[in-house]
Ligand binder design. Sequence first.
Ligand SMILES: Nc1ncnc2c1ncn2[C@@H]1O[C@H](COP(=O)(O)OP(=O)(O)OP(=O)(O)O)[C@@H](O)[C@H]1O
Ligand SMILES: [Mg+2]
Length: 270
Amino acid sequence: MNVSVNHLSFSYPDGTRALHKLTCQLTKNKVAILGSNGSGKSTLLQHLNGLYIPQSGTVEINGTRITKKNCMDIRKKVGLVFDHPDHQIFAPTVFDDIAFGPRNKGESEKDVARLVYEMMDWLNISHLQNKPPYHLSLGQKKKVAIAGVLAMEPEIILFDEPFSGLDPYSLDDFIEILNRLANLGQMVIITTHDVDLAYSWAEECLILQRGKALLQGDVHILENEKVMAEAKLRLPSLFSLFKETKYRPTNIQQAKTLLEQIVRKEPLMK
Ligand SMILES: Nc1ncnc2c1ncn2[C@@H]1O[C@H](COP(=O)(O)OP(=O)(O)OP(=O)(O)O)[C@@H](O)[C@H]1O
Ligand SMILES: [Mg+2]
């Protein structure tokens, strides 16, 4: 899977310049896009699934350049889960909402039901299937929106700030779902302000600032103090903690193992 963006620029009708000559190549299955408010993350995602067509520059998905002509086909291959679930749930029941995509694709009712039940099971929302989506809590609505996009079986899935509004257990469940999708070979691209989460989860990171790609690479780019300050992002907590040592654990489990080894070598004074 390959997403290639070259010199992409985009301004909204009121003249706000949201993207400015943005260039990046994304190839890994777990990608995190980081940047402060207004840096262009959501605008970029909407270009990656053909909702917006580049005003200048190009966006290519697996070598196919997105144009006005093919953008509907691209949307079937690249699913987007918006940051606000109200933007994408509208059917009378949760079941119908999740079924909307596969029905639109012309799947048989039997296949639609199979997919919808599978997605509801993944997201632990089977008990909500007959409820009107507008009666749900924010986190529940988010899960319905996610299930709806997954039911379309896209090759690339874009999640705009998927973790906001989820309780800690739902967050863990959700990270597991993202990992499952990535392990199945789907490319998962998220935007997030959660630097710690990106540090522990992503295989590839992209830092945006004022519509430009400031830096791209593996999670260790998040340790670049100058770039992170420029992008108005906090350093990862684990990096701050281990900065003065030679160790670079990127997740809690690695940090725990390291600390156990260190304490075993030099037992702490009682
Ligand atoms: N519909 C719109 N009309 C005019 N300007 C817009 C519109 N949507 C976004 N913008 C502007 O485009 C710029 C980029 O916005 P975008 O939503 O892409 O940022 P973001 O990185 O997703 O921010 P956040 O972290 O707050 O979600 C901002 O300056 C924003 O004010
Ligand atoms: Mg946004």
